[in-house]
Design a binder for this molecule. Structure first.
Ligand SMILES: Cc1cc2nc3c(=O)[nH]c(=O)nc-3n(C[C@H](O)[C@H](O)[C@H](O)COP(=O)(O)O)c2cc1C
Length: 267
């Protein structure tokens, strides 16, 4: 799995199978945290790894009764010593770098878990004092998150995400003028790659559409490709063109217009 694929397909998992995770895999995940970029290479993070079932139940309870967490056989609490960063970088180190260092480590760990076939979830909602007591943390230690890891017993769908142009300004705050949108948006790295891999074969393009467009079946995919000739042309279609496709119902057309014509991004 390449990095972008791992980033795109990682999901927060809330249901876990009753299956242990090999310690070697846990260590790989911890290593991934270690390799995260961090201010001044101070490596100001510690990963408290919890496997005991009773302890996991108590942690789930301390995380505002997120009881589902206890199913995951591994919990990792990410903590830091803000004072250590303060010594080097003052308030900026204490308040800013410490948090960013730990966030980078967490994301590395989640992606690595995913690449190893494991599900995970970042949990930031917790009662600090309860967790502090459970993990026996001295006052000087800051808790950033608990991540849970295990074999997923669900396949969460991707939550809605905005199209890329929603997030991007060019050169300065607020500037959207002159962004080459044709190479952004829904038609982006993922689509480009999928279509390239499909080798322009019609059947594969049909299958790609079925997998990529929620609610679109094979019959509709065929109609869309017959009408537009390619995935690229479909993606760039105007709402008027979409409503003209013969055999595609009003509701499906509305959905397609929403996907391609508006800001909201479903993929
Ligand atoms: C700082 C932070 C705190 C979070 N806290 C929780 C949490 O307490 N419980 C939970 O179920 N998910 C939590 N999440 C996961 C988000 O809900 C999830 O990443 C988001 O809904 C997007 O879904 P995805 O991860 O599947 O893309 C947290 C994520 C972040 C970055």
């Amino acid at each position: 799995m390449d990095v972008f694929e791992a980033i795109r397909t990682r999901r927060s998992v809330h249901k876990y199978a009753d299956k242990p995770v090999d310690w070697d895999k846990v260590v790989t995940i911890l290593e991934a945290g270690k390799f995260a970029p961090n201010a001044g290479n101070l490596s100001n993070f510690k990963f408290i790894t919890i496997r005991d079932e009773d302890a996991r139940k108590k942690i789930a309870n301390a995380c505002l009764q997120q009881h589902w967490m206890a199913q995951a056989p591994v919990h990792i609490a990410i903590v830091s010593e803000p004072e250590k960063s303060r010594r080097f970088y003052g308030v900026r180190g204490e308040r800013f770098y410490t948090i960013q260092d730990c966030a980078a480590a967490i994301e590395n760990m989640l992606l690595t878990a995913h690449s190893l076939g494991l599900g995970s979830c970042w949990v930031g909602a917790f009662q600090e004092e309860k967790l502090r007591e459970l993990l026996q943390l001295p006052e000087s230690i800051m808790i950033h998150a608990v991540i849970v890891i295990g074999y997923a017993a669900e396949k969460p769908v991707m939550p809605p995400k905005y199209r890329i142009e929603h997030y991007v300004f060019l050169e300065k705050w607020g500037q959207k003028k002159n962004i080459p949108f044709s190479s952004m948006g829904w038609w982006s790295v993922r689509t480009e790659k999928a279509v390239r891999e499909a080798g322009k074969k019609l059947k594969e393009q049909q299958e790609f559409l079925v997998s990529a467009l929620p609610g679109v079946g094979l019959q509709t995919a065929k109609l869309l490709l017959e009408h537009f000739g390619s995935v690229r042309a479909l993606v760039n279609a105007s709402p008027e063109e979409i409503t003209k496709i013969k055999g595609v119902g009003e509701k499906t057309a509305e959905k397609l217009i929403k996907m391609f014509g508006e800001e909201y991004k479903v993929l």
